[in-house]
Design a protein around this ligand. Structure first.
Ligand code: AMP
Length: 181
């Protein structure tokens, strides 16, 4: 199982798509699941909209339940790629418990991008939650939540430099996975 970690704007989603295609493994993107619920005007979607609009995280109970509902089957040796989940230590613990019976090889990739680059990149995207104030809140939230997650995955963590072109970062990720096999 590959878990991609990184701040908003780190290129996590782009790299997740490329990796999932390249390695031919299923992926799950929690941000897309949240946006689909909001777009579909489901009761859960309307509950989640204000969190997304403000740049806050949706409560763990909702996110964990949505992960369980949407998680692809984990079949060896194909694995699974997670993008945007877990984002809090409670989600990370929940995830570990869900797969406790399976002997899973875990690779956790942190795409590391300095804050200045992140703000610049996010302002270019023009998503509804990519306004300056919301961006600042999302980055603060990320900084607050990431430390305990990194400690949780300390033994499986691969830190990748996330600046440069999409292909540069992709090659770094692939090399890190290969060298750590
Ligand atoms: P993203 O596209 O990954 O930046 O996610 C967009 C928004 O969806 C976030 O700002 C949160 O409001 C919500 N969201 C996505 N994934 C999670 C998660 N794992 N935990 C809590 N909220 C999430």
């Amino acid at each position: 199982m590959i878990i991609l970690l990184g701040a908003p704007g780190s290129g996590k989603g782009t790299q997740a798509e490329k990796l999932s295609q390249d390695l031919n493994i299923p992926s799950i993107c929690m941000g897309d699941i949240v946006r689909d619920q909001i777009k579909g005007n489901t009761p859960l979607g309307s509950q989640m909209k204000s969190y997304l609009d403000n740049g806050d995280l949706v409560p763990d109970s909702i996110i964990n339940a949505m992960y369980k509902e949407n998680m692809p089957d984990y079949k060896e040796p194909y694995g699974l790629l997670l993008d945007g989940f877990p984002r809090t230590i409670n989600q990370a613990i929940y995830l570990s418990e869900l797969y406790v019976d399976k002997k899973i090889t875990l690779k956790v990739i942190l795409i590391d991008v300095p804050n200045d680059f992140l703000i610049e990149r996010l302002l270019e995207r023009k998503r509804s939650d990519d306004t300056l104030n919301v961006i600042k809140n999302r980055l603060m939230t990320y900084q607050r939540e990431i430390e305990p997650i990194l400690s949780h995955y300390e033994r499986n963590l691969l830190k990748i430099k996330g600046t440069g072109s999409i292909d540069d970062v992709f090659i770094r990720i692939k090399n890190a996975i290969k060298n750590n096999a």
